[in-house]
Design a protein around this ligand. Structure first.
Ligand SMILES: [Zn+2]
Length: 567
């Protein structure tokens, strides 16, 4: 009788630990941090650090498991051994990772499992702190739980998952500093999907193949993903690529996501980390999604432990490979080439909407199917540029330089004005949208004229060598026409404007003098007048033609970027 009574009670206590996080609720930021602080106090293997500013008065924290129990030594250990960084609540309406990490910790540590031989595990409890405080039950209209959750934008209304290069938020500065201090080998960013309905709870995005070093591509796609898939299968859990649609329904094809450096995994893969976005399905109940996220993290941690030496070798090879590269490719576009992939979906049917009276899409869960669908996962770059030995950036561009610094980029400063032959970058063309995107008018379609010129590089200019392990980052942000360059993100917009002009009535005499002294210019001028009637009838255009080719026109500023390359 006694045992009978006693056993169920024990079970009750041990499940009560998990039940706190496995229901349909997710903690507020103060609750979450209070719980991590308690873990830090009660468990020697858990360390909690306030890492820096967020978009609120609260700091962003990192919880480290298996550190060295000393702030400096812990980060040294992270740099020198296998480390996994897990980021949660970048979109606080998608808090599955928040709960999953708490349950993972409870399972391993509170239940007395030994974590000492696991990798160093760094968990950001919640990254978008402002968004965590902006709680409601309605901002994720289609999502099945939790009861209350945070908001996608931070308190600046920025989507932090577009902010890793431009770094408009204090959160991004803190993240980048933390990231560079840890140098994680494996990185996971936890999300919840939008979009089509299908059978899977657990989907993932791996970094785009073509932007990765061959060793990391092989490790990710040939080793890690197949292994995680079969490990999770043993837990009766399907793992499937994120269902991004080619057209309106999955049957017509699924596409691989182009994770540009502005996104969390695009950023981390610039530094050759094995990177995943976890996307659980919004239409599955919250506790089920949390469990799927926890299982993914659990298996990834165990896999990373077993494959620690493979990961280390692949990352080392990736850095060596990047240092050998002669060409930087950008503007990747998806090709029409499709493989096929076995997909567990629901039959899509179209019926009349009682709301609009028009045809609507409906996924019939009573008609599940398993069939092959096209998988578009090949990208090709449409532009490339030779990688220089080094870049120069004008010292006045402090916003750019502070971002290079935060990312741990090595650079030196030019001490004296120096006449050097460099490649200059003149902006010939760029397109910017009419509506801002994430607080910017992001440039695209940029065309740069590169020209060799003897330039006085002023003291204070910084020189950034591409012969450094972080060269991928350096080229991605400094090559002006690249999608996520600092030029694209508007850091050099002040150079896109001519500052000085002329007064036509005074310049008339000068113009005549210039033509007399420069026969070639005179020939070009008169021939244009003969062949271009519009030009011949526009006095200002004619004077500007001469002005632009004279010594009076500003040669180093208008549309010329304070970015130079040497080869
Ligand atoms: Zn998300």
């Amino acid at each position: 009788m006694k045992t009978h009574f006693f056993l169920p009670l024990l079970l009750l206590i041990s499940t009560a630990v998990d039940a706190q996080w496995s229901g349909n609720t997710t903690p507020t930021y103060p609750e979450l941090i209070a719980y991590y602080q308690k873990l830090d106090r009660e468990h020697a293997e858990i360390e909690l650090y306030a890492m820096g500013k967020s978009d609120t008065d609260w700091p962003i924290y990192v919880c480290i498991i298996n550190g060295a129990k000393d702030s400096i030594k812990t980060f040294e250990k992270a740099q020198n051994s296998t480390t996994i960084l897990i980021n949660n609540a970048i979109h606080p309406g998608e808090p599955d990772g928040v709960n999953a990490c708490l349950i993972w910790i409870d399972n391993w540590i509170k239940n007395g499992k030994k974590t000492a031989d696991l990798p160093v595990i760094a968990i950001i409890p919640a990254y978008n702190v402002g968004g965590m405080f902006n709680r409601s039950s309605n901002s994720r209209a289609n999502q099945d739980g939790p009861e209350e959750y945070g908001f996608r934008g931070n308190s600046q209304n920025l989507d932090l998952n577009r902010d890793f290069i431009k770094m408009d938020s204090p959160n991004a500065f803190t993240f980048v500093t933390l990231y560079q201090a840890l140098d994680p080998d494996v990185f996971v960013d936890n999300h919840v999907s939008n979009g089509a309905d299908y059978q899977y709870t657990l989907t993932y995005i791996a970094s785009m193949k073509e932007r990765m070093a061959p060793s990391m591509r092989a490790l990710t796609y040939d080793k890690c993903i197949p292994s995680l898939t079969s490990r999770l299968k043993k837990r009766k859990r399907d793992l499937f690529p994120y269902v991004e649609l080619q057209e309106d329904i999955p049957d017509k094809g699924i596409i691989a996501f182009n994770d540009l450096p502005r996104y969390a995994t695009g950023y981390s893969s610039l530094f050759h980390a094995l990177s995943f976005t976890v996307e659980t399905h919004m239409l599955k109940p919250f506790p089920e999604r949390v469990e799927a996220t926890r299982q993914f993290l659990d298996e990834l941690i165990l896999w990373s432990k077993e494959c620690a030496s493979d990961i280390e070798l692949a990352r080392k090879k990736a850095i060596d490979w990047s240092l050998e590269q002669q060409t930087f490719h950008y503007n990747y576009k998806r090709t029409e080439k499709a493989d096929s992939i076995l997909f567990k979906g629901y039959k899509a049917i179209y019926k009349t909407s009682p709301v609009t009276g028009l045809e609507r899409l409906f996924y019939d869960r009573k008609q599940p199917f398993t069939k092959y669908v096209p998988h578009f996962q090949t990208h090709r770059s449409s532009d490339s540029v030779a990688i220089p030995k080094a870049y120069f950036v004008g010292g006045a561009n402090t916003e750019v330089i502070s971002r290079l610094k935060a990312n741990g980029i090595e650079f030196s400063t030019v001490l004296h004005d120096s006449l050097i032959s460099v490649i200059t970058n003149k902006v010939l063309k760029y397109d910017s949208p009419k509506q801002p995107y994430e607080g910017h008018f992001l440039h695209g379609g940029t065309m740069i004229e590169k020209e060799e010129n003897n330039m006085v590089i002023p003291a204070g200019t910084v020189m950034i060598s591409t012969r450094q392990p972080k060269m991928n980052f350096v080229v991605s942000v400094l090559e002006p026409a690249a999608e996520d360059s600092y030029f694209s993100w508007n850091f050099f917009d002040s150079y896109l404007q001519q500052k000085e002009y002329f007064s036509a009535y005074v310049f008339e005499e000068k113009a005549l003098e210039i033509l007399e002294k420069d026969p070639q210019l005179a020939q070009d001028f008169y021939s244009k007048k003969r062949t271009d009637s519009e030009f011949a009838n526009n006095a200002w255009d004619q004077l500007y033609f001469i002005y632009k080719r004279s010594i009076y026109y500003e040669k180093t500023t208008a549309n010329r970027l304070p970015i130079y390359q040497i080869y």
